[in-house]
Design a protein around this ligand. Structure first.
Ligand code: ACO
Length: 403
């Protein structure tokens, strides 16, 4: 093992690694990722097996506490979450203040931060019991807030959790209650199972941008909700979680343009054009993203089962094929990532495009919590990177009339 004390900056030597491409920020026992081989495991269990056999709440428990729960542990966890699922009525007033045009991710981040004001005791977590209470609270209330961002956008009534339903079912009910009866997701096992799988696939991904944000904010002991709120903001960007929305917008654009994928491939290769093929490429996966494989298969199944014939799926498949045969993408090892096909499934479920990244956030929540808890239990020092200064040397102040 590396002796970290020998690498500290006191000696004056600073490692410069923009984007932290080769810098480990912590030791972690949560998620294993091998980008060359396309392997992803949560606490040692392969993502393929978890996506097929586990449900989201079990995976959340596994990520946070390190082991799969037995039946009574899972029941207690579920009951503890249900006990905390009511969101303070005054939070609705906070939500009311936002314009309907506000992006749901901005609203979700703000509401998550506002939760701290209504639960001030959740900030100081000096014991594992305090930590558990804060964890259960955010797991309970976050999906309610996520559903509210959609209801607010549509000007609909805001509901709390239906405590007779499972975690994923109640999320769907809170989002779509009173809508067109065709969207009665309570009975729709296909949709519930597909969303459960999507949330599991998104649940953790070691030190990605939003997770690193959660750890670094949490390292100042700002509290779990503030850290998660910062994670939501980090996830929002199109280079990270916002890619799922950007993919659908790109596919729509290709469709509206007549469906010729080669034009967009050429645009993505042009270094003078800021356009990138959204849903392609990954900082760590340089062979394939194992989650993308599972999702591509699920997209076919879900659309088939729901009887949805979406021309966007064919465009996506055509684009993937064309890119994988193109030397530019081959040389740079650019493959579809988890979000290339996830938006197609969300769309088939009737979830509006602007909500896609919110769904990702609900999925990533257990990972953020697990990483925050690990960081606090390991008593990690405050995150505080150094820099290499390249600015002006010492200068004398000039009064305003002499500038
Ligand atoms: N389209 C076109 N070219 C690309 C793409 C793309 N999607 N992704 C990377 N490249 C090119 C870069 O231009 C660069 O080319 P160069 O070597 O000729 O300069 C090379 O591939 C390496 O790319 P970097 O940007 O250095 O790779 P990095 O690891 O920093 O970025 C990222 C990874 C942000 C995911 C990038 O591939 C990207 O922007 N993809 C599109 C957005 C996206 O899908 N994000 C979701 C990621 S998964 C997630 O967060 C859940």
């Amino acid at each position: 093992a590396i002796d970290i004390t020998k690498l500290r900056g006191e000696s004056g030597a600073i490692t410069l690694d923009p984007g932290y491409k080769n810098t480990g920020a912590c030791e972690s026992a949560i998620t294993f990722l091998d980008g060359e081989e396309g392997i992803l495991r949560y606490r040692g269990y392969s993502i393929e097996e978890l996506a097929e056999k586990a449900d989201f709440l079990e995976v959340a428990y596994l990520l946070i506490f390190g082991e799969l729960p037995n039946a009574s542990q899972l029941q207690k966890f579920n009951t503890d979450i249900l006990d905390q699922s009511i969101v303070n009525e005054d939070m609705k007033t906070v939500l009311k203040g936002f314009p309907e045009t506000a992006h749901p991710m901005g609203v979700l981040s703000s509401l998550t931060s506002a939760l701290t004001a209504f639960n001030p005791k959740s900030v100081n977590v000096d014991s594992e019991e305090d930590m558990y209470r804060a964890i259960v609270k955010i797991l309970a209330k976050f999906p309610v807030l996520a559903a509210w961002t959609l209801r607010k956008k549509n000007g609909q009534t805001l509901y709390n959790k239906d405590t007779n339903l499972g975690y994923v079912e109640s999320l769907l009910k809170m989002m779509f209650q009173d809508d067109n009866p065709k969207r009665n997701y309570k009975q729709n096992k296909v949709v519930v199972n597909a969303l459960d799988k999507l949330l599991i696939l998104h649940a953790d991904h070691e030190q990605n941008c939003s997770t690193s944000t959660v750890r670094i904010v949490g390292s100042s002991h700002a509290g779990l909700f503030a850290s998660i709120s910062a994670g939501v903001s980090a996830l929002w960007g199109p280079l990270h979680g916002g890619a799922n929305q950007a993919v659908i917008e790109m596919l729509e654009e290709i469709k509206a343009d007549g469906g010729d994928t080669s034009k967009f491939i050429e645009k993505a290769k042009d270094k003078d054009d800021p356009f990138r093929l959204m849903g392609f490429g990954h900082r760590v996966y340089k062979n394939f993203d194992p989650r993308a494989k599972i999702i591509k298969k699920a997209a076919d199944e879900v659309l088939g089962q729901l009887g949805v014939d979406d021309p966007i799926l064919e465009i996506a498949k055509g684009l993937e094929k064309a890119a994988l045969e193109d030397q530019y993408f081959i040389d740079r090892k650019l493959y579809p990532n988890v979000d290339f096909y996830s938006g197609i499934i969300y769309r088939a479920m009737g979830i509006p495009t602007e909500m896609f990244t919110v769904m990702f956030a609900v999925g990533r929540l257990p990972g953020w919590i697990a990483q925050w808890r690990e960081m606090r239990l390991n008593k990690e020092p405050i995150g505080r990177p150094r820099q290499v200064y390249i600015g002006e040397t010492k200068r004398s102040f000039k009064s305003i009339e002499n500038r």
